[in-house]
Design a protein around this ligand. Structure first.
Ligand SMILES: Cc1cc2nc3c(=O)[nH]c(=O)nc-3n(C[C@H](O)[C@H](O)[C@H](O)COP(=O)(O)OP(=O)(O)OC[C@H]3O[C@@H](n4cnc5c(N)ncnc54)[C@H](O)[C@@H]3O)c2cc1C
Length: 503
């Protein structure tokens, strides 16, 4: 693959349309692809899909595979929005928490939904096997790591996930730290069947597969208006019209220009991603001995993985109003330094952002809005399994009259609160970050107190203390010092630390 030098010393792929794909690692490593021409003549088809992200591409492919005619309209370039900019974790489940899902729809229903999400994950895996893994570089496994000493709570979730049919393991702190050498981390949930992928190259291969099956794809073709009344729907684009028996709306937050009221059911969340300069295998191995996906929160911060052999892809810092991604370069490299101080200073070669659409209930919007008008949207930060799932469900509903989509009817369209909804979402992110940080400080303090009561002083203790200085937060150090003081005063410190653990 030929590349050209960029101003910041990194190299960009000459195939990448930087205006569309941004200065991302994915754009720099994308497979060669020619732009598809815009729609120039009127068309009459069975299905018109609006949106060329992973939801629209999967739906178009699956409709075409079933023998119906399908045209996909993409306003810009394929997968240039969330689908080609995300962190690439293909996980089972949904953005909604499993426990809350069970509480909302009952255990059996939740189990069926989880099975559908896992079928979505399997679809991605099977597609990669069929279309070839080159450029997609799949890697297995996801570690969901806790920064709190809450193993009991975490292992209860493992039991629930297991009951829902998900393959999971609970990892104790020592095992986690053997792979992720960070003092910030405690126990984790391991998902062996999860995947990481290069989502942009996956989407491009999916598009090629859809075209092979007969789908017609048009880039730079925004749907400007829809007339959904009548048996044949009419879609107007800048140069031509489409008449279709069915329309699939898969525009995510970008649908705002076409259907503002529908877009108002999503809170747009923008997340920032960096890829570091090569770190060197040895230096990286001193911090991370695991090549799958890692998340250390479900909302605000750190999701990361190794890419390109010895670089780190790191994402976080969600905002509800998009900001210049360059402003987050320092914050994200700072997060790396805080988690893995042994890496020293790291430089970010690539920095970009992407916007996802969150629903109020954090479940996707899948179903028939009006006769012949279908919706596949609202996948939030959990879209790589669920877009595959939704594309299949909608295609089966259209062509075969399958009614699986009805399992999503409890998650109706809910207005996301407009500007106040956005402000509330931002507040939730900040609050979560704050509670995470407070919980983490307390957990570290308890651990430090435990260590100081259980370990005899050795000649190396000073060296260990110096090494941990940079990673133990100040409050934790205070706690450790107080614990040592209490020991000197013959206070029963172990009893005290147990009491605190029960706080
Ligand atoms: C930074 C980031 C990290 C993420 N990480 C992960 C992750 O690791 N794992 C995971 O599961 N999920 C992740 N997600 C979420 C995931 O990327 C999305 O949920 C998913 O890609 C949504 O796909 P989509 O097809 O619905 O939307 P999109 O990819 O946004 O595609 C919608 C397309 O519709 C087009 N469109 C809109 N309106 C029109 C119109 N009127 N006419 C024609 N075309 C139109 C747009 O141009 C766009 O290309 C992440 C998201 C972001 C932003």
């Amino acid at each position: 693959m030929r590349r050209q030098a960029c101003a910041n010393g990194t190299r960009m792929n000459e195939h990448a349309d930087q205006a569309a794909y941004g200065r991302s690692w994915y754009a720099a490593t994308m497979l060669p692809v020619k732009p598809r021409p815009p729609l120039a003549v009127d068309l009459d088809v069975d299905v018109c899909v609006i949106g060329g992200g992973l939801a629209g591409l999967t739906a178009a492919r699956e409709v075409a595979r079933r023998g119906w005619s399908v045209a996909l309209l993409e306003a810009g370039r394929l997968a240039a929005r969330a689908s080609g900019r995300n962190t690439g974790f293909v996980l089972p489940g949904f953005a909604a928490d499993a426990e809350k899902l069970v509480a909302r729809v009952g255990f059996e229903h939740a189990k069926e939904l989880w099975a559908l999400s896992q079928a979505g994950l399997d679809y991605v895996r099977d597609t990669i096997a069929a279309e070839g893994a080159d450029g997609i570089d799949p890697e297995s496994g996801w570690l969901y790591v806790s920064k709190l000493d809450n193993a009991d709570e975490l292992f209860r979730s493992v039991a629930l996930l297991g009951d829902l049919g998900c393959e999971v393991e609970g990892w104790p702190t020592e095992r986690v730290r053997a792979f992720l050498r960070s003092e910030r981390y405690f126990a984790a949930i391991y998902f062996p069947r999860a995947l990481t992928i290069h989502p942009l190259n996956y989407a491009l291969k999916l598009a090629a597969a859809a075209e092979r099956d007969g789908a017609r794809i048009f880039e730079d073709t925004p749907a400007l208006s829809i007339d959904p009344s009548g048996v044949r729907k009419r879609i107007v684009t800048p140069a031509a019209r489409v008449r279709a028996g069915h329309v699939v709306l898969a525009g995510n937050v970008g649908i705002k220009g076409l259907l503002p009221r529908l877009a108002a059911t999503l809170v747009p969340i923008t997340t920032y991603v960096i890829v570091t300069a090569p770190l060197g295998a040895q230096r990286l191995a001193a911090a991370i001995g695991y090549r799958g996906a890692v998340s250390d929160t479900d909302l605000a911060d750190n999701h990361y993985r190794i890419v390109g052999g010895d670089r780190l892809m790191w994402s976080g810092r969600a905002t509800v109003w998009p900001r210049n991604p360059r402003r987050y370069r320092a914050a994200l490299t700072g997060d790396i330094a805080k988690t893995y101080p042994q890496l020293g200073r790291v430089a970010a070669d690539y920095v970009w952002n992407g916007t996802l659409g969150n629903t109020v209930h954090r479940m996707p919007q899948i179903g028939e809005l009006a006769p012949g008008v279908w919706l596949a949207s609202g996948f939030g930060g959990h879209g790589l399994d669920t877009t595959a799932m939704a594309g299949n469900i909608v295609a089966r509903a259209l062509v075969e009259g399958d009614e699986t989509w009805r399992k999503f009817t409890p998650f109706e369209l809910v207005w996301a609160g407009g500007v106040f909804g956005r402000a509330a979402a931002q507040l939730r992110v900040w609050t979560k970050r704050l509670t995470d940080a407070t919980g983490e400080r307390r957990a570290k303090a308890r651990e430090a107190a435990q260590r100081s009561t259980s370990q005899p002083q050795t000649p190396n203790a000073g060296v260990d203390a110096a090494a941990s200085e940079s990673i133990v937060p100040p409050d934790a150090r205070d706690e450790a010092e107080h614990a040592a003081q209490r020991r000197q005063d013959s206070e029963p410190a172990h009893q005290d630390s147990r009491q605190r653990a029960g706080d």
